[in-house]
Design a protein around this ligand. Structure first.
Ligand SMILES: C[S@@+](CC[C@H](N)C(=O)[O-])C[C@H]1O[C@@H](n2cnc3c(N)ncnc32)[C@H](O)[C@@H]1O
Length: 231
């Protein structure tokens, strides 16, 4: 159950995260032990996502779900959709599994792994109905901007994986990153901005506030939602 990154050239790329030890609570540790096989997929195996879930439904990927509270809420409110959550922070995976078990949700599966590798190695082209990226690490210092996950190569990869009419929805509370995302997303030829003025969107009703977002709001930060669709 340890992070097990395959030894490929991808090991040498700049990652959007640093491995944090992070303390799991006793309940999260218990969930990581007892619920792993129910909810977590193995990054060393290949899956047919049309058979991984009990029901056949459009597949939405959420990258970096944190503690998973907002993903669990979305999955509960949208039983007609399947969700694939990707997170490298182990206690967060434990936290979400607890919620999934409490709510008895069957439309969520997880990878404890780097989302870029999952997209590259496990997701067929034109197979995702949506990709969500809520409050990615802003990497505020200029010298760390290269770690930001939203960059042209990432957007190209995501746009290839989306079905026609599929969406990419990002949100951030860091204005500099919002502007950067808008520029990168607007440059991609496969994506179209759904905002009426080609900038940002209001938070749609289907997106719950996330833990990270609520912290930002307490600190007086703004929030920028970007929703693009494939043509
Ligand atoms: C700032 S937190 C936001 C968490 C959550 N979305 C929220 O809004 O509360 C960003 C999360 O993305 C995860 N993350 C960063 N890069 C990732 C990657 N390449 N693959 C999977 N998870 C990643 C981090 O571990 C972290 O939990």
């Amino acid at each position: 159950m340890m992070l097990n990154f395959s030894h490929t050239v991808a090991d040498y790329r700049i990652r959007s995260f640093i491995r944090r030890q992070g303390r799991a609570t006793a309940a999260q540790k218990q969930a990581l032990e007892s619920l792993w096989d129910t909810y977590c997929l193995d990054p060393n195996q290949h899956y047919d996502f049309t058979t991984v879930f009990p029901q056949s439904a459009p597949l939405i990927m959420e990258i970096g779900f944190g503690n998973g509270e907002s993903l669990a809420k979305m999955a509960y409110e949208n039983p007609h959709l399947n969700y694939l959550g990707i997170e490298v922070h182990r206690p967060g995976v434990g936290h979400l599994m607890l919620l999934l078990a409490q709510k008895q949700l069957t439309n969520v599966r997880l990878f404890h792994h780097d989302a870029i590798e999952i997209l590259e190695q496990h997701i067929s082209d034109h197979s995702l109905a949506g990709v969500q990226l809520f409050f990615p690490d802003p990497w505020q210092k200029r010298c760390h901007h290269k770690r930001r996950i939203v960059k042209p190569s990432f957007v190209d990869l995501v746009s290839k994986k989306l079905i026609p009419g599929g969406y990419f929805h990002a949100a951030t509370d860091w204005e500099h990153y919002a502007k950067d995302m808008l520029k990168v997303l607007s440059t991609n030829k496969k994506l179209v901005n759904t905002s009426h003025d080609n900038t940002y969107c209001e938070r749609p009703h289907y997106r719950p506030l996330t833990k990270f977002e609520q912290r930002g709001i307490r600190l007086g930060h703004g929030v920028w939602d970007l929703i693009f669709k494939t043509t």
